[in-house]
Design a protein around this ligand. Structure first.
Ligand code: PEP
Ligand code: MN
Length: 338
């Protein structure tokens, strides 16, 4: 439930009501705004009715939150959330371009790739050290050694970094190495991992599961938010459909829809969304047009020798083309590269 207080209500009035909410084991939320204080009560609504909060002299109005996800919904917060990513900001009027190899392979590969993406204006560096591969025989990543290379590269090129976390027990070990965690499609409903990341303050890019509905996707984000971590960036990376011509079907409906339903920023991954290098630029433009707050793309200094996802990785010529062709789209959307 959302409880709107009267404009003249004080912080003390709010605290009194929050204590009542807490006393019946509901989750109290305090959301002071510029004009008035808004409170939230999460849990069994029948229990809330028993408190008869409507009768409180400082309560103006009580309304239910209709969506199943609560704290990440626009019903709870109408303005866009902005999330820090290193020195940059994602959401609320910025457009982010995160790029880099699928996997960290070695220092030379990371340095050469970072040099290219930085040269043309990327605002974030990606690289997987723990790779959840479909086949157990595929390259699984360099693990902690890969994190060290990623950290060294990000420092050298002064660019924020993101890498995938696959295990709740890795949180403490991984946190110092990167600016953001990524939770991959295959782990979107790994609730233990969602909760563990939720207990940190680390910026987290949550990718949509390949067969997850939008509601399931937002409920996964709610798991992280509910533990206290509000620094969440959603990522649409394509879903599995009957279509086999492309690796996945990039669901841009989801981006436009989520913008109306959630205050969290959302970026698009056209690399995994299509699986085809030639489609990355057009789908990046489409991502801007449908309201995305950024893109995350795979780029490699030499995709032919990439140990994973070379077929969808951009080389220098493609990355330069991406950035030059995206610039007018970013301007047209009224956003700034960040
Ligand atoms: C990745 O970003 O390298 C990755 C494995 O993505 P996804 O989880 O979307 O498949
Ligand atoms: Mn990949």
């Amino acid at each position: 439930m959302i409880i709107e207080l009267k404009p003249e209500a004080s912080e003390a009035d709010a605290k009194e009501i929050l204590t009542q909410i807490e006393s019946v084991k509901l989750k109290p939320l305090y959301m002071p705004g510029t004009e008035r204080i808004v409170l939230g009560a999460l849990g069994d609504e029948i229990v809330l009715h028993s408190l008869n909060i409507t009768a409180h002299p400082m309560v103006e109005n009580i309304k239910p939150i209709l969506s199943t996800y609560k704290q990440v919904s626009r019903e709870m917060q109408s303005h866009d959330t902005q999330v820090a990513f290193g020195q940059n900001t994602i959401g609320g009027g910025t457009f982010t371009v995160i790029a880099g190899p699928c996997a960290v392979e070695n220092k030379e590969q990371m340095f050469e790739s970072a040099k290219i993406i930085k040269k043309y204006g990327a605002t974030g560096l990606r690289g997987g050290a723990f790779k959840p591969r479909t086949s157990p025989y595929s390259f699984q990543g360099l693990e902690e050694e890969g994190l060290k290379i990623l950290q060294e590269t990000a420092k050298e090129f002064n660019i924020p970094s993101v890498t995938e976390i696959v295990d709740a027990n890795h949180v403490d070990m991984m946190e110092p190495y990167v600016d953001a965690f990524q939770i991959g499609a295959r782990n979107m409903q790994n609730f233990k991992l969602l909760k563990a990341v939720g207990q940190t303050n680390k910026t987290t890019i949550l990718k949509r599961g390949m067969s997850a509905t939008i509601e399931e996707f937002l409920l996964a984000a709610e798991y992280i938010y509910n533990e206290g971590n509000k620094n969440i960036i959603l990522c649409e990376r394509g879903i599995r459909t009957y279509e086999k011509a492309t690796r996945n079907t990039l669901d841009l409906n989801a981006v436009a829809y989520i913008k109306t339903k959630s205050h969290l920023p959302i970026i698009v991954d056209p690399s995994h969304g299509t699986g085809i290098r030639e489609l990355v630029i057009p789908m990046s433009k489409a991502a801007i047009a449908c309201g995305a707050d950024g893109i995350i793309v795979e780029a490699h200094y030499n995709p032919q020798i990439a140990l994973s996802d070379g077929q969808q990785s951009l080389d220098e010529a493609y990355f330069e083309k991406l950035m030059s062709e995206l610039t007018p789209f970013i301007h047209a959307s009224g956003k700034v590269l960040s």
